[in-house]
Design a protein around this ligand. Structure first.
Ligand SMILES: Cc1cc2nc3c(=O)[nH]c(=O)nc-3n(C[C@H](O)[C@H](O)[C@H](O)COP(=O)(O)O)c2cc1C
Length: 329
């Protein structure tokens, strides 16, 4: 496995991502995913938020943007998957290069900009899935949508996906869609929440709805968001997305690249947001994500108050063995 990880390091990031996930799909079809799994499985199944999770470790959004790898990722041992971000219409995202791996600092800077094949494509993938674990769908707005159209984009996605998603994440926190993060402002967020509430009521979606937030919000803003979510029919929060703050990066080239930082440099910042949310509200459902590179980091997230934990960058940099370390060792 380490041999393959070393080779992938030399390929351009998006090519390496696509080759490794397609190889995983092939191994799944050949019934060989077991090569990555240890035999002793300590699954620790849990029932929370009305759903049955195989364990507390899931994939973060962005890893499988279109739901192309659900069965293979599920077979690796993740307790749940979050696919997306998906938008109503397909879009290409920002010009390349737009993903920069920083192996020395266990991090990635990305400005992908919600490249995805659109909600209809994802619907087809979800209809074909064999994985029997929880699959959440992370939804967003198209870059070309403006003002109220942005809110309509979330509603359109809910309409199309509500029968197939085990939970829905309303993603307002990508730094790579211009002004998307303005949806953290009180009036905008209240509008969004009210519109989503109406839609989930109309389509009778009774499963969880999470709001995924940015780590770059002030404490006051996070406290306001916790209040709004608590007083809504939303279930809880996912904290956090990537940060645009580059202070923690030492790599000078990457400091000057636009985009969001993920991985180790984000760990403390995003965990502090979990602590803050928990201090404000002891029982709000909370998924922690940001910087988990080891079992110790995973435990830190849980101890800070996360009910579930997601990983992205750790999985890219350390490979599937990280799942074994976290849930099986
Ligand atoms: C290349 C890349 C693409 C991402 N795409 C998305 C996305 O489409 N939607 C989203 O909500 N988060 C996206 N994220 C953010 C991750 O879901 C996660 O919140 C963040 O990377 C922090 O976790 P990590 O440190 O484990 O990577 C992306 C992250 C990376 C590195």
């Amino acid at each position: 496995m380490n041999f393959f990880l070393k080779i992938f390091k030399f390929l351009p990031p998006e090519l390496s991502h696509s080759i490794s996930l397609n190889s995983l799909n092939l191994l799944y079809k050949l019934n060989l995913i077991g090569l990555f799994n240890k035999k002793i499985i300590n699954q620790n199944e849990l029932n929370i938020f009305g759903l049955k999770f195989k364990n507390r470790l899931g994939t973060a959004a962005g890893l499988d943007k279109n739901g192309d790898y659900i069965n293979a990722l599920g077979a690796l041992g993740f307790g749940f998957l979050e696919i997306g971000t998906v938008t109503p219409r397909p879009q290409l995202g920002n010009p390349k290069p737009r993903v920069f791996r920083n192996f020395h600092e266990n991090s990635i800077v990305n400005r992908l900009g919600f490249n995805n094949k659109g909600i209809d494509y994802m619907v087809n993938n979800l209809k074909k899935r064999n994985y029997d674990g929880v699959v959440g769908v992370n939804i967003g707005a198209n870059k070309s949508s403006e003002g109220i159209e942005r809110i309509n984009d979330y509603l359109l996605c809910i309409e199309k996906i509500h029968k197939l998603a085990d939970y829905i994440t309303i993603n307002i926190s990508s730094p790579n869609t211009p002004d998307l993060r303005d949806l953290h402002l009180k009036e905008n967020l209240q509008n969004l929440i009210t519109s989503v509430e109406k839609k989930i009521d109309e389509v009778k979606f009774t499963k969880p709805v999470f709001l995924k937030i940015s780590p770059d919000e002030t404490d006051e803003s996070i406290e306001m968001i916790v209040d709004l979510v608590n007083n809504s029919s939303f279930t809880g929060l996912i904290a956090t997305n990537t940060t645009i703050e580059k202070d923690n990066l030492t790599n000078k080239k990457l400091k000057n690249e636009a985009g969001g930082v993920s991985g180790q440099p984000l760990m403390e910042k995003s965990t502090n947001k979990i602590l803050l949310i928990r201090s404000k509200c002891s029982d709000i459902p909370l998924i922690g994500v940001g910087g988990v590179m080891s079992k110790d980091d995973y435990i830190l997230k849980i101890n800070a108050g996360a009910d579930l934990v997601q990983i992205y960058t750790g999985f890219i940099i350390k490979g599937p063995n990280l799942i074994n370390q976290i849930i099986r060792d």
